[in-house]
Design a protein around this ligand. Sequence first.
Ligand code: AHR
Length: 505
Amino acid sequence: SPPSIHIDPARIIDEVDPRIYSGFTEHMGRCIYGGLYDPGNENGLSDPNTGFRLDVLDVLRDLKVPLVRYPGGNFVSSYRWQDGIGPKESRPRRPELAWLTEESNQFGTDEFISWCRTLGTEPFICLNMGTGTLEDALAWLEYCNSSANTFYANLRRKNGHNEPYGVKYWALGNEVWGPWQVGQMESQDYAKKAFQWAKALKLLDPSIKLISCGETGYADWDRVTLKKLAPLVDFHSVHQYTVSQGKHLVNVMGPAAAEKGIEITRSLIDLAKIENGLNKDLTVCFDEWNVWDPVRAPGEKGAEEHYDLSDALAVAAWLNVFVRKADIVKIACIAQSVNVISPIITSSKGLFRQTTYYPLHIFSNLMRGSSLDVHVTTPSADAVYTGPTVPNFVHDLTVHTPDSAKLTKYVDVSAVLASDAGRREIRVAIVNRSDTKAFTVPLLFGPNAKVADDIRVYEVWSPDLKDANSFEEEKVKTVVKDEKFTGMYTLKKHSFQGAFACVLL
Ligand code: AHR
């Protein structure tokens, strides 16, 4: 069918939660060391006192990151947080079991909190449910949040931090279901253990928000753990990655499969609430998402993906999903924020913005406000992806959706009604996923909505889908265009037209 986009500003889904533009920093590859933390950088790029890379902070500030998850990821499942506090010269080096490296512990909890404060973002800590005990977890929470005259609160004071950190978000383990995880568990075992941890953590600090460890959002693990943990947790975590394998169609369709997963998670949450007789907020924390092909960029080698335009379109499609699902997805963390599968890459001499930085920047800066229901008619791919399934997860788990053919839509859209610019503006984010076809699309705004004919378009496009950025050259970036709106708009092949903004009269 010919493409068309219908948006009615009266049809509000929910407020876009700014926390969907959150980040993630793991002790993995060059994310922390040589990424955001680079003491004594020979080119003067780091703060002389803290060792924080100032250029990294500037770029993350531009991305308006509201919340950052730490310290893993897989890393956390054998991490002793106590090794990373106190005088740096006394901190032990330890074997690191997730990525098979060594951990120097020069960057730990105090440095992370200080980095978050410098950036102006909120910390989110993931607990070690692998080698860690409940006693360790309670000690970490006490160290961070307690104002009492007790051992770990006093240890924080002794380390120079008088005021409690007030860390609000605490996750009950990372990917505990995965065979790669130190301390992998069966769903029932995890659910029972996490329930006891949640109870104790909330006794120590009732103000915290807890996040249960989910899987893909549509796995039996999610059903079992939600049923048990729903009374005690505030968010259920989901992880998915788009595995591009160099295939454009697979890459850009991954987020569509994730959207299906989110709908299933919503139902599992509803079911858990019904079974437990609950009337409470329990939403999705999609705390790892991105394009990652672990064959192209293996985790053990630091997972430094070099993204091209095709990956940027996938990231735009991911963000469209989170905006469309604004009523259920309240936190989403791009994995990760620096160097490791990241929108920015550093060297000792500077950094560059990858292709994926640009859609993220457009969304985080502009796609805030009320998420609007969009109705899109769109042509689908001529040749539907015919693999056994739509691969979308890093560890070769796959989405089995009976209607995956229907997911191969070319035109992908989200929209918000924003009033942050002192006027009411409809902002539309449109991805044309076709690598061969341009489409001229009517944009229709409800019967009672009149829009001005001056529009501003933020376009991410390049002639070749394989175009990428580097330290030397920036081929893919945002181009801002002021145009006249005639009711129709032409979407170039493989393009992202972000925050196509019209003023509501
Ligand atoms: O983000 C990289 C890794 O992917 C994380 O450590 C882990 O949680 C996931 O498998």
